[in-house]
Design a protein around this ligand. Structure first.
Ligand SMILES: [Zn+2]
Length: 327
């Protein structure tokens, strides 16, 4: 389980306390500027609501029978709604499916959570269809609407949600966070923040024009290894620019997507690779995938410390190689 971004902690703590005391309303509107991690905050809150053994500090445990499927995007009591492609509208049909899913009985008996991101992608008909659900919520249903543009939602919809605003971190907090990010080591952090209205995540993206190319090369290498085999050591030698945390993160997203395909979900992170992932996922053993997922989570905790990069990459590539998946 990733740590929350530090600037989200206070908002999360207050929300978790609301859950603990049972005084959160059935619909929340999470707002604030783009690229602050609102979606991550919403998912952590959803995980907390569904967790069977929340920790004393309000965090979900990350290990219970609810948290495990949640963390791979395969929780039966979480329903997410987002545009089919970024920038496209959410239509009324999608809202009907969404509300129908929320009316099903909770599989784990804790409740049902619906998450809409970005909520402003709903067109007028879609927003009106959702309004009925917000007016007459089923018992145990909790709906989270995430948007950087609340004014684009009909006021009738907004008025039925409790609004929480995620603040942009202060300059000192943002600078301190950027100073811990290897990806922007040696960069002018103040300038980066200025270019993106003080939002640390956007600053990180700003600094990394090479990022996408590195990610593509890494994922294509992994997919090639899974489909056709090859020499993992030769692959490791071609990946020279990306950081270890990035490589581990991208690998985790890939494994998570493969598990999502196996569970029947169409909500993939690596949407550009969907055509390659679908046939591959069918050939892989779910237990071996879960085991690799656990290993990657463990690695993600370790890779913030200096490690032997080559050894770690070779080990990781061998684990992918052993998954099989060749036709
Ligand atoms: Zn849990």
């Amino acid at each position: 389980m990733h740590a929350l971004y530090p600037w989200l902690n206070e908002t999360f703590s207050r929300l978790a306390e609301g859950v603990r005391q049972g005084r959160l309303p059935h619909a929340l509107l999470l707002t604030g500027p783009e690229a602050l991690g609102k979606g991550r905050l919403a998912r952590r809150l959803a995980q907390r609501v569904l967790c069977h053994q929340p920790l004393e500090d309000g965090q979900p445990c990350g290990q219970c029978a609810s948290c495990r499927p949640f963390l791979v995007g395969a929780h039966p009591d979480l329903t997410e709604m987002m545009p089919e492609e970024p920038g496209k509208p959410i239509r009324v049909d999608a809202v009907r499916d969404f509300t129908a899913a929320l009316q099903l009985t909770s599989q784990f008996g804790v409740g049902k959570v619906g998450l809409i991101e970005p909520a402003d992608a709903m067109n007028v008909a879609a927003a009106n269809a959702l309004l009925k659900t917000l007016e007459e919520p089923s018992a145990g249903t909790f709906i989270l609407l995430v948007t950087a543009h609340p004014a684009r939602l009909p006021i009738t919809l907004r008025s039925r949600c409790q609004r929480w605003t995620v603040p942009t971190p202060g300059r000192d907090e943002a600078m301190a966070w950027l100073a811990r990010q290897p990806r922007v080591a040696g960069e002018d952090h103040g300038l980066l923040l200025d270019l993106v209205e003080g939002r640390p995540l956007a600053a990180l993206e700003m600094a990394a024009p090479e990022q996408l190319a590195q990610r593509t090369r890494w994922l294509e290498s992994l997919l090639h290894l899974l489909r056709a085999g090859g020499n993992p050591l030769a692959v490791a030698a071609t990946i020279d620019k990306a950081t270890l945390p990035d490589l581990v993160h991208w690998s985790t997203l890939l494994v998570t997507d493969l598990l999502r395909v196996q569970s029947g979900s169409t909500m993939l992170v690596n949407r550009d690779l969907a055509d390659a992932l679908r046939p591959l996922a069918r050939r892989l053993d779910a237990r071996a995938l879960f085991s690799l997922y656990d290993h990657l989570i463990e690695l993600s905790r370790l890779v913030t410390h200096p490690l032997n990069r080559d050894l770690l990459l070779e080990d990781l590539l061998l684990r992918f190689d052993r998954l099989g998946g060749r036709p």
